[in-house]
Design a protein around this ligand. Structure first.
Ligand code: TRP
Length: 470
């Protein structure tokens, strides 16, 4: 990004507050909401996870997003330049934050490839097969579901992954991300309506009520202290991921924001929208798991494959399910693309700045890196499935080091930086710019100075304290 301080409009800022919110939502709403949130909610206690997530979203998520946007708008720079310009000693924080999208992008594109595969399956009318197929293995007792069979192949997931990377890269190379604001304006509301419709349908299925209870009501019966820790760690990691926090994205977004728009208001809007989509996706998937499995615990613990295993069954049981499924997967693919485009764009702009390369060369470098690291994730689920890092498959490992290690470190250092070194006044002045009120000032200060840093330490030690935690 440019070195000099430019105003939002010179930097190609957003045309309106709504445009900004929808563009930010377009980048925030993606696979995190639709793929990641539901499987974590299913795995980590349903209602307990949901409640934990909501509490952290309105307190901690709010404070961190406000901080990042304020830093970006005040410095007018992207993440690396921003931290450096406030305090030279904190330049490494910018680098650490900037490294996160680089590691997320490859495996994000692998999952994006899975979505493309399912889009094709539904377009070609094979949705029922995705719901019911069973593949024999060399062991007579064991058979694979459609999803497990698909990811165990090497060629197919690789091809879809490459197609997905190319789709993302074309937009970034042509530099037409401006179109994202337009796409998001249309895409987000349509996606929301469709998800609401499918959620209502799912809730009418036999057995869904049990799932609804599990998802909505926090039931801590049998919860051990270590279970709470795991749930908190999973919820906060998800919060970072879903709201694109602790990775410098919101700093860059802030630098594009207009001075006259309310920071506090924008944060609230993005948060509400992002959380709503995640909540609704969970409202489809968790009750559906119960409806199709009778509440069997192992069905809830399917991890990253949960959405791909569950949704085809929902669509198969639904009138016009083939058509609705097709539309749904196309919209999810688009939502994923708007996110991966801004992920890649972020990485490319960091590479341009750091290595002083032009846009084309940076793009090519990032594409090669993405393909290289992404293929590792594909192989981790197929050829190399016996190879694990800390008991995790390669894709899960990338997810883990970014969400559970790097982002908490970035968040912790950001809190220390703002809370104790530059002081919260720095953010406050930006929030109250032009005579605006800072309504949550007390909450903000307490969060940044005390509660967030302590929580981050807790999260960082959790995986080491509890071995089986991922
Ligand atoms: N928040 C996005 C999602 O929910 C994923 C994401 C993580 C992202 N980091 C990002 C998107 C950076 C854009 C930019 O899917």
């Amino acid at each position: 990004m440019e070195k000099t301080k430019k105003t939002a409009s010179e930097r190609g800022g957003f045309g309106s507050k709504l445009g900004f919110i929808l563009a930010a939502a377009g980048s925030a709403v993606g696979l995190g909401n639709i793929w990641r949130f539901p499987y974590l909610a299913a795995q980590y206690g349903g209602g307990v996870f949901l409640l934990t997530y909501l509490i952290f979203a309105v307190t901690f998520g709010f404070a961190l997003m406000l901080t990042e946007l304020a830093i970006g708008r005040r410095t007018g720079k992207s993440v690396i330049g921003a931290y450096k310009s406030i305090n030279k000693k904190f330049a490494p924080l910018g680098w650490l934050a900037a490294a996160v999208p680089l590691l997320i992008l490859p495996y994000y594109c692998v999952i994006g490839g899975w979505v493309l595969k399912y889009t094709c399956v539904f377009i070609t009318g094979d949705g029922a097969e995705a719901a019911n197929a069973s593949y024999a293995t060399s062991e007579p007792e064991v058979s694979l579901t459609f999803f497990e069979h698909f990811i165990s192949l090497v060629k197919e997931p690789t091809i879809f992954f490459i197609i997905y990377v190319v789709l993302t890269a074309v937009v970034v190379m042509l530099g037409v991300e401006k179109g994202i604001e337009k796409v998001s304006k249309f895409l987000m509301p349509v996606l929301l309506v469709l998800i609401i419709g499918i959620a209502i349908y799912t809730l009418t299925l036999d057995g869904a009520a049990e799932g609804l209870k599990y998802y909505i009501l926090p039931n801590v019966k049998g919860y051990k202290p270590s279970d709470y820790l795991k749930t908190i760690a999973a919820a906060v990691g998800q919060l970072f991921y879903s709201m694109s926090l602790a990775m410098g994205i919101m700093v860059t977004y802030g630098s594009y924001m207009r001075k006259e728009d309310s920071l506090e208001g924008s944060v609230r809007h993005i948060e509400v929208f992002d959380t709503l989509v995640a909540f609704l996706a969970g409202l489809i998937i968790v009750p559906a798991v119960f409806a199709f499995s009778g509440g069997d615990k192992s069905a809830l613990n399917k991890g990253p494959g949960l959405m791909f295993i569950t949704l085809p069954k929902v669509f198969e049981s639904m009138p016009a399910g083939q058509f609705i499924g097709t539309v749904f997967f196309i919209l999810v693919a688009l939502a994923a693309l708007t996110s991966s485009i801004s992920l890649m764009e972020t990485v490319v702009s960091v590479v341009m700045e750091k290595f002083r390369l032009n846009r084309m060369k940076s793009c090519l470098l990032v594409i090669v890196l993405t393909l290289g690291l992404g293929i590792l994730s594909v192989l981790g689920y197929s050829e190399w499935s016996d190879f694990t890092l800390f008991d995790m498959q390669i894709l899960d490992f990338f997810d883990f080091i970014t969400n559970s290690i790097m982002m908490p470190i970035v968040a912790f250092l950001t809190c220390i930086f703002i809370g104790y070194i530059v002081k919260t006044k720095y953010v406050e002045e930006e929030v109250t710019y032009g005579g605006k009120q800072f309504r949550s000032k007390k909450l903000y200060n307490v969060m940044i100075k005390y509660i967030c840093p302590v929580c981050m330490i807790l999260i960082l030690i959790t995986p080491f304290a509890i071995k089986e935690l991922r």
